[in-house]
Design a protein around this ligand. Structure first.
Ligand SMILES: Cc1ncc(COP(=O)(O)OP(=O)(O)O)c(N)n1
Ligand code: 3NM
Ligand code: MG
Length: 219
């Protein structure tokens, strides 16, 4: 694993699921439940709203010593001092993001179900590889499907592996067993009360702890 990345729950926010006035409490609950990585993903807000929310989330995550990544937007990550970005195949290139954020930034890349994309991402300097979607996702219904075998095959690339797409506390275990280091979750985590979120985060965290050889780290 990248020295800043710890196996566990990767909590991804969603503007359609979590009202703006509940965002901080929702992420706080995920962190209390043990999330080891957080992504701010907002597809609808104005730049001013996104700047305010990313700034607040970054302060919260820093306090918890958990890296915050910004979806799609290296400039916003730079502006708020976030740990890095997550980029899809249609976003800016990894090389451009690295130029903006520097060598220490964490940059994760969507690889769908494709090892060729994963190899390219590794060659370009990615810090983790994201595969999915593994189950039907209400958050991103159009995401192309992936099989769990890709997680096992991707272990040969020796980079941290993230699984995403329709993951719940009931179906995550198969992905961890297949080779996922990080379980990236939107709908299966957020929604409901802070207590619900904390409880789900604890369950995801326990699942990774049960199956992951590297889980016994100090936080
Ligand atoms: C951990 C993780 N994996 C995949 C994605 C999807 O990224 P992308 O394909 O760019 O789609 P959007 O999230 O931008 O809609 C992700 N965000 N995080
Ligand atoms: C943002 C995203 N990317 C995906 C991919 O397959 O690349 S699936 C997805 C949505 C994840 O949300 P949920 O946990 O609610 O399914
Ligand atoms: Mg994107």
């Amino acid at each position: 694993m990248n020295r800043m990345l710890k196996p566990g729950l990767y909590a991804i926010t969603d503007n359609a699921l979590t009202p703006a006035d509940q965002l901080i409490a929702a992420v706080e609950a995920a962190l209390q439940g043990g999330a080891t990585l957080v992504q701010y993903r907002d597809k609808a807000g104005t730049s001013a709203e996104r700047l305010r929310q990313a700034t607040e989330l970054n302060a919260l995550c820093r306090q918890a010593n958990v890296p915050l990544l910004i979806n799609d937007d290296p400039e916003l990550a730079l502006r708020v001092g976030a740990a890095g970005v997550h980029l899809g195949q249609d976003d800016c290139t990894l090389t451009d993001a690295r130029r903006v954020l520097g060598p220490e930034a964490i940059i994760g890349i969507t690889c769908h179900h494709r090892l060729d994309l994963a190899r390219n991402a590794k060659a370009a300097g990615a810090d983790y590889l994201a595969f999915g979607r593994f189950y039907n996702s209400a958050t991103k219904p159009g995401a192309p499907p992936a099989e769990t075998t890709v997680l096992t095959e991707a272990r040969a690339l020796a980079l941290p592996i993230t699984a995403i797409g329709g993951i719940t506390t009931d179906n995550a275990e198969a992905l961890i067993r297949a080779g996922a280091d990080l379980i990236a979750v939107v709908g299966g985590l957020f929604g409901g009360t802070s207590e619900d979120i904390r409880h789900r985060a604890e369950t995801f965290t326990r699942l990774v702890a049960r199956h992951h050889p590297l889980f016994s780290y100090s936080n």
